[in-house]
Design a protein around this ligand. Sequence first.
Ligand SMILES: C[S@@+](CC[C@H](N)C(=O)[O-])C[C@H]1O[C@@H](n2cnc3c(N)ncnc32)[C@H](O)[C@@H]1O
Length: 243
Amino acid sequence: MYDPEILDLSSEAEKCRRYYDIQYSKPHSYWGDQPNLLVPLVSSHLAPNSRVLVVGCGEGRDAIFLARLDFEVVATDVSANGLKRAMEIISGEDHRLELFLLDAHEPHDYLGRFDAVLMMNVIQHLKTGSISERIEHFKSLVAPGGIFSAQLFTVEDPQYAEFAHSSGQSKRSLTIVHPERKYRLRFFEKGELSSYFDGWEMIYYHEGLIWDKPHGRQAEFHQHGIAQMIAQKKADQKRYRLT
Ligand SMILES: C[S@@+](CC[C@H](N)C(=O)[O-])C[C@H]1O[C@@H](n2cnc3c(N)ncnc32)[C@H](O)[C@@H]1O
């Protein structure tokens, strides 16, 4: 269940919350009802009954997909309207899906360990100075042999140059204020996402331009520069002595 208490959010998270709360209160789902393309691939690497954490779940498209596959899913977001929409979609179905109104800058340890942690298009919304620390925090929640999957914007994204230009910001700064929505977006350099996962096995890694379907206020197919990753934490080394 989501906790309807108002969060004491950082100003950055509050700007995101305000924008997404409005979008998620509209009649049509902002992101559509299909999961992120990486998520079916993630699910194929999970054992039955795996626990999955979906951070910044929006209206729950990935969390619901995984819950319907019978995984135990915990999903978070700062937008209460996003979580409400997820609850409405799944109401009447019998799944293990828990929803938390929770800022990704806050500790998540009390939620336990997970066989997979998903951060789909949310890392770019985190406070620039906290990104490395937050990635380490979420990595620490992954059980040995478990998976961390993420998708985020890179400097290849056509919006990066466009926003920097329209807001008069230096193109060299990786953090750009969205000209209309006023929240900050952190674009990643090439190879940057994988650099946080030294020692993990890359099951899938891709950086490049993709075509995205119309969503939200973008009525046309449009391009994004993204990094996509499915990384696996090394399993604990077990030593067996034959006697
Ligand atoms: C680009 S949307 C992606 C939503 C979802 N992951 C998906 O792909 O459908 C980013 C989401 O991150 C959430 N978000 C932004 N900042 C957050 C924070 N500090 N903690 C948790 N969620 C956050 C927003 O409310 C929004 O739902």
